[in-house]
Structures are given as structure tokens and as C-alpha cells.
Ligand binder design. Structure first.
Ligand SMILES: Nc1ncnc2c1ncn2[C@@H]1O[C@H](COP(=O)(O)OP(=O)(O)OP(=O)(O)O)[C@@H](O)[C@H]1O
Ligand SMILES: [Mg+2]
Length: 529
């Protein structure tokens, strides 16, 4: 061996999490140029929507893109939210893995405390510039520049200045310059992202000023705030050994029993006794911090063998049938629209989720392509549009498994928009970029059922439409002969041609109306055709 361990390990170094993400930006969505720009907008807009939800106010968000050169853009995102107190701005926008959301079990768009700091990293890595922030919490306002000391994952604040609150509206405004990005009008770009955000958040007003100065406003389709999500407790069936071990070791409870009953959903005193009876050698009177890994392992195995009431799903806030309908009517004006909200279900034994699906047919649905239309699948998780990594997503998988032709539809050649939103406190994303939902069987099955249900509604509309067309054709053909027939009958009977013709027409119309009633089915969706 030429090199000794001591020599080799001279190179040994520790790295910070921001250094890691700076090197592995593609993991956060900063890969292709178009995607990178959409990712920046996505991170800021989801933060604004989360902040407004928490402040319980209707969002008005403005996104502005300025082209600096071919691959360099300025992004400005402004909201009317609560703002960020000065003491937290560095941690919030310039520290990776810091935020208000990671540690609580609540249905929010953001989870990890990476998004905004990732944008700051991306700005400084591609243009060398910090991100400029203006914030007003209503009673205090300031502006500053934020950057990240990547070696230590620490914020660097500069040019901090207080501003008169009368001079700035309440909320947060961020302005950054980003390189290696591009704006275009594809399905993966900022316009489509904001359009879909507006569809899934009909209570938000979103204005977009594109790089050519074009202004687009997605108006609010409903004025009522969505219900505020509640903090959820983990269900015993959704617990891993390390969850239990870590939660036990950070618990303030005095005894293992009270820790279990207070911390987890559906854990009654009776249930605690049942666990105690099964694991007689574990001391349930000791502090939870004293639980060993092995004891936690045996407890989790015991939980899995017990019967539990399913997890409570009241902390899940889906968009709601009426809101989806209002939003899709507002933005797509389809000929036919069918929205389905399924009841809460559970994946992996302990994680509740709700699927909502809609199919919009005709009107502004689908996408125009040369020579016609093509169908579009709009994927959402907790109301956030997922534009990338569609191949690995449970929604794509479910949509692919539906036999659309059976319902009279063809997603390759028709103006159809398929909408799916999965809501859960624990969306199983397939990566840190949060662009696709892991292919859990329970989730795929639910989406498929919802889609088939919505598809049946559209199928009724299509067959009614075809029937009406056929009926009109027949009616016209018969009517073509009534004039000649009336003439012949008049000459045989000696009565007036006009009188006979009028009665014949009435008779034909009556007969066809009757047939139409007998054959045509009803429809429970909104058909505008
Ligand atoms: N527009 C805003 N208004 C108020 N607070 C904000 C705003 N944007 C960010 N924050 C605060 O900054 C924190 C960090 O944001 P960041 O996007 O990095 O993480 P996150 O949203 O918690 O999780 P994720 O990484 O999944 O996006 C948030 O948790 C929130 O407390
Ligand atoms: Mg975020």
C-alpha cells in the first residue's frame, strides 16, 4: 500500500448542506433552463400562498419576469401576506433547511425549508448577486439583501434599511437575478405554471407580467378563504421505528404510556394497555427518553399487528368540488365538465389522503397543436401544479391505466383536460424537487376510480351530443320530403297544400321529440354544449 490511512484522511472534510445543494442543484429542480426559471417562480409563489393561508387572507400575487439577456432573467414576486419579521429573514430565505413548516404535521405546500434558500443559492451561483427583499409586517417595514455563506450554511445580510410602513404595502417582495434560465411558452413554463396555480387556488388573484411586457391576470373565481388546515397527529400504523425513537427521545412526557396516548392519533388508554399486555417486559412507567431502539422496533411491530380505527382525515383540506368547478369554468370554459371528490383513503396503512379529479371537455380544454388538439393531464399535490417528472408520477400512471376510448375520449387527439389533485399532510414525493408523487398502489387506485367516474359524466355528454346530431340529421331528411308529400296529398284529397304541410311538420316534430326523450339520458355534471 503506497498511501497510509493518515495521509489519505488528511483530505477528510465536513461539508454544509448548502454546499451540497450548491453542487447538486439539479436535485432542487435547477436542471434545464426552462425548468430552472419555473422552479424559482414555483418556490416563491408556493411560499406566498402558504403564508397567506396561515394569515387567513385572500392572496394577491404578482410575478414579473424581465429579460436581462438570452439566459439571464430578473424575477420579482410580490405578495400581500404577513411578511417576515426582520430577525427571521436570514434564516427564512438564506439558510437551507430552516423554516416554519418542516417540524409540524400540517397540510401545507412547503415542507422542507429548502425552497427559498435554494433560490438564493441559485441566484448567487449563477449571477453572483444576492436576493433583494422588501418586507412589511404591517407595523414594521425594511429592505435588505440576502446571500448564503455556503461553507457554513449561514445567512449574509447586507444593505439593511428600515422603511416607512406608509410607503410599502404589507407583504413580502423578493427580487433576484438568475442565470442559466429561459422563458418560453411551453407547457413547462411560468405562464402554464401560474395558470394551473390559479386553477387549483381559485381564491387567489395572480398577475403575471411576462418578459415581453404582456400582462395576464387570473381573476379570483371564489371570494371565500379555503378552510385552514389543522395540525395532524401521526397514526400508529404510519410510524417507522426511527420516527418512534426520535419522537420518544424529544418528548417531554413523564411516562411511555402518556407519551403514546398524547402523541399519536387513535391511541386511547385501552390501546396503551393492549400494547403493555403484549410487551410485558418493557417498562411503560419509565420516561420515553429511555426507550431503546430495540424496544421501539418491537413496539412498531406490535402496533402493526393490532386493530386501529383508521386515521382521522379531518385535517386534510381538499380544494372542494364547487371551487374546482368554478375555477375550471373560469379558465377553460369547457363544453362539458365533471368534477369528482372522493372520500378520504389511507396509503401505506397510516397516511390519509383525498383525491379530487375533473375532466373538462371542449372549449378551452386540452392544447392546440398543428392540425387539431391534444389532451392535457394537469397534476397537483396539495394544490401545487406538478409540471415535471411526469413519467414517475402516480397521477400519470393512473391516467395511463384508464381506457379512455371506452368513454368516447382520445387524449392524443381531443381537447380534453384531465385534472387531478392529491391532498395529504404526507404527500409521498418521489424526490426533493417535489415534482411527482410516488407510485403507491393505494393512491393510483383512488385516482383511477375518480377519473373513471368523471369520464362517465363526459361520456354521457358525448353520447347525448352524438345522439342530438343524429336526430337532427334524420329530422332534416324527413322534412325534405314533407313539401312534395303535401303537394301529392293535396291533389288526391283536394285540400290545401299549406294546411297539410303544417300538420305534417307538427307530426314529424312531435314524433322526434318523443323518440329523443325515450333514448337520450340525463347528465349530472355541468354541460354547456
Ligand atoms: N412570502 C412569504 N411570507 C412569509 N413567510 C415566508 C414567505 N416565504 C418564505 N417564508 C418563510 O420562510 C420559510 C422558508 O421558506 P422555504 O421555501 O425555504 O421553506 P418551506 O416553504 O418551509 O419548505 P419547502 O422547502 O418545501 O419550500 C418558510 O417556512 C416561511 O416561514
Ligand atoms: Mg417553500
Amino acid at each position: 500500500m503506497a498511501e497510509k490511512a493518515d495521509d489519505i484522511f488528511k483530505e477528510f472534510k465536513e461539508h454544509s448542506i448548502s454546499e451540497f445543494f450548491n453542487k447538486n442543484r439539479q436535485m432542487l429542480g435547477y436542471s434545464s433552463k426552462v425548468r430552472a426559471l419555473t422552479t424559482v417562480v414555483h418556490e416563491y409563489v408556493t411560499n406566498s400562498l402558504d403564508a397567506l393561508e396561515e394569515a387567513q387572507a385572500l392572496p394577491s400575487i404578482t410575478v414579473r419576469l424581465d429579460r436581462i439577456d438570452e439566459a439571464k432573467y430578473r424575477v420579482i414576486v410580490k405578495d400581500n401576506g404577513p411578511g417576515i419579521p426582520k430577525g427571521f429573514v436570514g434564516k427564512a430565505l438564506a439558510t437551507v433547511l430552516a423554516g416554519t413548516k418542516f417540524h409540524r404535521n400540517m397540510q401545507q405546500r412547503g415542507q422542507q425549508g429548502i425552497g427559498a434558500a435554494g433560490c438564493t443559492l441559485f441566484a448567487q451561483a449563477t449571477t453572483g448577486k444576492p436576493v433583494h427583499v422588501t418586507s412589511s409586517t404591517g407595523d414594521k417595514a425594511y429592505e435588505c439583501d440576502v446571500a448564503i455563506d455556503t461553507l457554513h450554511n449561514k445567512p449574509i445580510l447586507s444593505n439593511v434599511a428600515d422603511i416607512d410602513t406608509a410607503k410599502v404595502p404589507q407583504g413580502l417582495s423578493v427580487r433576484g437575478e438568475f442565470g442559466g434560465v429561459k422563458y418560453d411558452s411551453s407547457d413547462h413554463s411560468v405562464f402554464e405554471y401560474l395558470k394551473r396555480t390559479a386553477i387549483a387556488n381559485p381564491h387567489a388573484e395572480i398577475t403575471f407580467i411576462d418578459p415581453d411586457g404582456g400582462e395576464h391576470t387570473f381573476m379570483r373565481a371564489v371570494d371565500a378563504l379555503p378552510e385552514r388546515p389543522k395540525i395532524a397527529k401521526l397514526h400508529p400504523l404510519g410510524l417507522s421505528v426511527s420516527d418512534l425513537f426520535e419522537m420518544a427521545h424529544s418528548s417531554q412526557s413523564g411516562r411511555v404510556t402518556s407519551f403514546l396516548v398524547d402523541t399519536f392519533a387513535r391511541f386511547s388508554q385501552d390501546k396503551a394497555n393492549e400494547v403493555k399486555d403484549t410487551l410485558k417486559d418493557i417498562d411503560f412507567a419509565k420516561g420515553p427518553k429511555e426507550l431503546t431502539w430495540n424496544e421501539c422496533e418491537r413496539m412498531v411491530a406490535t402496533f402493526k399487528s393490532m386493530r386501529w380505527i383508521s386515521p382521522d382525515a379531518t385535517h386534510i383540506v381538499p380544494i372542494g368540488e364547487e371551487r374546482i368547478e368554478a375555477a375550471l369554468q373560469n379558465i377553460l370554459s369547457p363544453e362539458s365538465l365533471h368534477v369528482i371528490e372522493r372520500k378520504p383513503k389511507v396509503f401505506s396503512g397510516g397516511f390519509p389522503f383525498v383525491v379530487e379529479a375533473a375532466i373538462a371537455y371542449g372549449g378551452g380544454s386540452g392544447r392546440k397543436v398543428e392540425g387539431g388538439y391534444t389532451g392535457v393531464i394537469m397534476r397537483f399535490a396539495n394544490r401545487v401544479p406538478l409540471l415535471f417528472d411526469s413519467g414517475s408520477c402516480a397521477i400519470t400512471e393512473a391516467a395511463k391505466s384508464v381506457d379512455w376510448r371506452r368513454y368516447g375520449m382520445d387524449l392524443d387527439s381531443q381537447a380534453v383536460s384531465v385534472f387531478v389533485n392529491v391532498s395529504s399532510v404526507y404527500i409521498p414525493y418521489s424526490g426533493v424537487g417535489k415534482e411527482s408523487i410516488a407510485q403507491e398502489d393505494d393512491i393510483i387506485d383512488e385516482i383511477k376510480l375518480a377519473l373513471m367516474d368523471a369520464a362517465r359524466g363526459v361520456q354521457r355528454f358525448i353520447s347525448n351530443k352524438e345522439h342530438t346530431k343524429e336526430y337532427e340529421g334524420k329530422y332534416k331528411t324527413v322534412m325534405r320530403y314533407t313539401s312534395q308529400l303535401s303537394q301529392d296529398l293535396a291533389s288526391i284529397t283536394g285540400r290545401s297544400k299549406e294546411g297539410i304541410e303544417e300538420r305534417l311538420e307538427k307530426l314529424v316534430a312531435k314524433q322526434y321529440k318523443k323518440e329523443d326523450k325515450d333514448e337520450g339520458g340525463g347528465s349530472d355534471g355541468k354541460d354547456n354544449g
